[in-house]
Every structure is written in structure tokens, then in C-alpha cells.
Design a protein around this ligand. Structure first.
Ligand code: ZN
Length: 143
């Protein structure tokens, strides 16, 4: 597969034909070589030589924060997810990393603003609860 084909395949696998905003050809994600596509709603990762499951989807609302590490030539962007896991995208060009993290920061801020107004969804029973709730008033589980 050449790059155009990979991009097309990634585009096709997105729900409702979400538009790819950024496409990064060759980076390291958690130490593995990967191709990354970023949309308003998802980060889609295709690990090289990882045939069984071709794409890994990360919904944007799963990202809570972003931090940078800069070296002489490259940047690393750390994406902190809601479960506390950190997704590291390494070997990004410096300007590329700034553009991408700016874009994702905007999305995180939008999602946070929306959550403050709308409340959050309980992951167990899918009911809407207040953003500050630590126990779901519907199913009584810790959230
Ligand atoms: Zn619940």
C-alpha cells in the first residue's frame, strides 16, 4: 500500500465520512512506527506490521490533556486519556506538533465546555449525570 491508498483506506474506515484534518505519515506511537489520521472526533492510528487489527480508534473526548517534550530535531506529544493512560506520539516535526496539539486543545476545550453544560454520561448505565458527580444517582456505581 502506498501512502495515498493508506490515507484513502483510513478515510473509508471512519464513521459518517469524517474528514481527515491531519495525516501524519511516519511517527512513533508508544514506541511503534505508525501512521496517524486526525479528525474532529477521532484519532486513528495504523501501526506498521500490525495486520490483525488494522486501525486503533481513539475518540477525541477521551483526551484530557496534552503536554510537549522538545528535543533538538523532534517533538513528542503526550496525550493524557480519561483513564489516565498516556499516548505518546514521538518524532513529530516541531511545527507539525504545534499545529496538531493546537487543534486537539481546541477540541478538548470545546468538549469540556459542552460537558459543563450538558453533564456527563455514566459509562455503566448511559444516564446523564452532573459533571461533578462521583457516584451515579441512577445505578449507584462510582464514576
Ligand atoms: Zn449509572
Amino acid at each position: 500500500m502506498n501512502l495515498t491508498e493508506i490515507r484513502k483506506a483510513m478515510q473509508d474506515s471512519l464513521p459518517d465520512n469524517e474528514k481527515i484534518e491531519y495525516f501524519i505519515e511516519s511517527v512513533y506511537v508508544d514506541g511503534r512506527r505508525a501512521t496517524v489520521a486526525i479528525t474532529e472526533k477521532h484519532m486513528l492510528i495504523r501501526f506498521r506490521g500490525f495486520l490483525k487489527r488494522k486501525y486503533t480508534f481513539y475518540p477525541m473526548h477521551d483526551f484530557r490533556d496534552i503536554s510537549f517534550e522538545e528535543s533538538f530535531l523532534f517533538s513528542t506529544v503526550n496525550f493524557v486519556m480519561s483513564n489516565g493512560k498516556i499516548l505518546r506520539i514521538e518524532k513529530l516535526g516541531k511545527s507539525e506538533s504545534r499545529i496538531i496539539s493546537g487543534f486537539i486543545r481546541q477540541i478538548i476545550a470545546k468538549a469540556e465546555a459542552k460537558t459543563m453544560i450538558m453533564g456527563k454520561t455514566c459509562k455503566y448505565c448511559s444516564e446523564n449525570v452532573k459533571v461533578t458527580a462521583v457516584v451515579c444517582p441512577h445505578c449507584h456505581r462510582d464514576i
